[in-house]
Design a protein around this ligand. Structure first.
Ligand SMILES: Nc1ncnc2c1ncn2[C@@H]1O[C@H](COP(=O)(O)OP(=O)(O)OP(=O)(O)O)[C@@H](O)[C@H]1O
Ligand SMILES: [Mg+2]
Length: 267
């Protein structure tokens, strides 16, 4: 690996009006360990951006910081700005619960609640005191349709979410995340527990979702990144090294480290 120059960067930026989210000098520390080393990165609206890079390079840490999931880790400290609609999401006074209705997350392993399919989706609304059955029915139907699950579960809405297959549970988690109508969906390896068929269905779902949402996805699967994303960002040792259109990253990356990584010749 000696011939890589890790001081080189190639990072795309977008016009202000196209921005869904951006970070400014974002650092994340776990105690003494600086896992994210000052990242400036912009995400374009209604696009899918894939974060790639070797294990331990900070992809999940970076993604989790975007909606303050690192708050739950005691030793984690996040500095810098995360700008969303003119607001710094990383500021002290942010109502994190409200903010996550705008910036939602889908985790690596499907994690439905031990409730019915229906109640998984209406959870946030019921918590907010909304009881009108018509309203809730409508939200359940639209969310499940957008997550490409409606046809499979419409007659079983009151069955436990645990009766679903892994792929269906993951789409239920997507439906739950989009039920509150976020702008941005963060996904950390959402297909890693899924078989190839469920993975393809998930990619098709993402393709539909980007009409309404901005999606940021961490993936280890290079084919998936190449197929599903508009932009790809290569992370290494807590730094953003190269960020460009997915076509550029996969077909003519500017930096040798990036092209070696995406072609499997890295290290
Ligand atoms: N909860 C935590 N507590 C302490 N250190 C952590 C924690 N989570 C991650 N780290 C450290 O931060 C660094 C980045 O880890 P992270 O999980 O973000 O990498 P990753 O790129 O998502 O890796 P992978 O591809 O294996 O999921 C690693 O050094 C890791 O050990
Ligand atoms: Mg990870």
């Amino acid at each position: 690996m000696a011939d890589y120059n890790w001081n080189e960067r190639h990072i795309i930026t977008f016009p202000e009006g196209n921005l869904a989210l951006s970070t400014e000098d974002l650092h994340v520390y776990y105690g003494e360990n600086e896992a994210i080393k000052g990242i400036d990165m912009q995400f374009e609206k209604n696009k899918i951006t894939a974060l790639i890079g070797p294990s331990g390079c900070g992809k999940s840490t970076f993604l989790r910081s975007l909606n303050r999931m690192n708050d739950t880790i005691d030793i984690a400290k996040v500095t810098g700005k995360i700008m969303y609609e003119g607001i710094d999401v990383n500021a002290q006074n942010i109502n994190v619960y409200e903010m996550r209705k705008h910036i939602g997350m889908v985790f690596q392993r499907p994690n439905p609640f031990a409730k019915s399919i229906y109640k998984n989706i209406t959870f946030a609304y019921e918590r907010a005191g909304i009881k009108d059955k018509k309203v809730l029915d409508e939200i359940v139907e639209t969310s499940l349709k957008q997550a490409a699950l409606w046809d499979q579960v419409k007659d079983d809405l009151h069955k436990s979410a645990f009766t679903l297959s892994g792929g269906q549970q993951q789409r239920l988690c997507i439906a739950r995340a989009i039920a509150v109508k976020p702008d941005i969906l963060l996904m950390d390896e959402p297909a890693s527990a899924l078989d190839p068929v469920a993975t393809m269905q998930l990619e098709e779902t993402m393709f539909e979702l980007k009409k309404n949402y901005t999606i940021i996805i961490v993936t280890h699967n290079m084919q998936q990144a190449a197929r599903a994303s508009d932009y790809t960002a290569f992370f290494y040792l807590g730094d953003l090294i190269e960020y460009d259109t997915t076509n550029h990253i996969f077909q003519n990356a500017k930096l040798k480290s990036t092209s070696d990584y995406v072609s499997g010749h890295f290290g």
